[in-house]
Design a protein around this ligand. Structure first.
Ligand SMILES: CSC[C@@H](O)[C@@H](O)C(=O)COP(=O)(O)O
Ligand SMILES: [Zn+2]
Length: 217
C-alpha cells in the first residue's frame, strides 16, 4: 500500500516530456509562418490536472529548448521568468479542464484585423475553412471571435476573457480563441494538435477577411 502511494506521487516524466515537446514544436511551427516575430508569442500544454508546461518570457519562440519551458502548477504563484501573459493561460486551464493546449501568436492578419474592427466581436461566416474549428460543420454557421482591448495587466484581461466566455452568444458559436486588438491571437484545443489546427485556421480566416474587406465597399 505504502509503495502504491509513493508511486502515485512520483511525477509522470513521460507526460512532462510530451507537453514540453508539444510546446517546442508549436513554437517552431508558428515561427516558420512568421507569427512570432522578435520573441513574441507564448505557448503552453497541459501536463495533467494540476500543471502546465509554458514558455518563459522573452525567448525566441522559434528556437525553444527544454530549458525555456517552465513547469507551472495551476494553483501556485507564477514562477520566476514566467511569460508576461501566463495569467491568460492559467485562467483558461483552470476554468476548462478539457483544454490540452493554448497557443498565442502575433500573426499579421490577427494583429491588423483586430485593430481595424475594434473591440467587441468579429463574426466569421461563409468560409469553408471554418469547418477546421471543432464542432463547426457548415460554412453557413456564424462563429464569433471575441475581440478585447489590449492591456498590459494580463490578470485583469484574464478576468474579462473569463466573463466573456461564460456568456456565449445565442445566435452563433464561440470560436476556440480570441483576439487582443493590435496585439494578436489566442487559440486553444483539447490537444496540442487541435490547438495548432485552430491557430492555423483562425489566422488564415483572418487573412481571408482582410482580403475580402478590401474587395467589399
Ligand atoms: C516582444 S513583444 C510581445 C510581448 O510583449 C508579449 O505580447 C508576448 O507575446 C510575449 O511575451 P512573453 O513574456 O515572452 O511570453
Ligand atoms: Zn503577445
Amino acid at each position: 500500500m505504502a509503495l502504491d502511494l509513493a508511486q502515485q506521487s512520483e511525477p509522470d516524466e513521460a507526460q512532462v516530456t510530451a507537453a514540453v515537446e508539444a510546446v517546442i514544436s508549436a513554437g517552431r511551427m508558428a515561427a516558420a509562418r512568421h507569427w512570432v516575430p522578435a520573441t513574441s508569442g507564448n505557448f503552453s500544454a497541459r501536463i495533467d490536472a494540476h500543471r502546465i508546461a509554458i514558455t518563459r518570457s522573452g525567448v525566441d519562440k522559434g528556437a525553444l529548448e527544454a530549458a525555456d519551458i517552465l513547469i507551472q502548477p495551476l494553483d501556485a504563484p507564477l514562477l520566476p521568468r514566467s511569460s508576461a501573459e501566463a495569467p491568460l493561460h492559467i485562467a483558461l486551464y483552470r476554468r476548462r479542464p478539457e483544454l490540452g493546449a493554448i497557443f498565442h501568436v502575433h500573426g499579421p492578419a490577427s494583429t491588423v484585423l483586430s485593430r481595424g474592427v475594434g473591440t467587441g466581436t468579429l463574426r466569421l461566416q461563409g468560409w469553408e475553412l471554418q469547418k477546421a474549428l471543432a464542432g463547426i460543420t457548415s460554412h453557413e454557421e456564424a462563429v464569433d471571435v471575441p475581440v478585447f482591448a489590449n492591456d498590459q495587466d494580463t490578470a485583469r484581461l484574464a478576468d474579462l476573457v473569463e466573463a466573456r466566455l461564460a456568456a456565449p452568444p445565442h445566435d452563433a458559436r464561440l470560436a476556440p480563441g480570441y483576439l487582443l486588438a493590435g496585439h494578436g491571437l489566442y487559440a486553444w484545443g483539447a490537444s496540442p494538435r487541435e490547438a495548432a489546427r485552430h491557430l492555423e485556421a483562425l489566422e488564415t480566416l483572418f487573412e481571408f477577411e482582410l482580403s475580402y474587406r478590401r474587395f467589399t465597399p
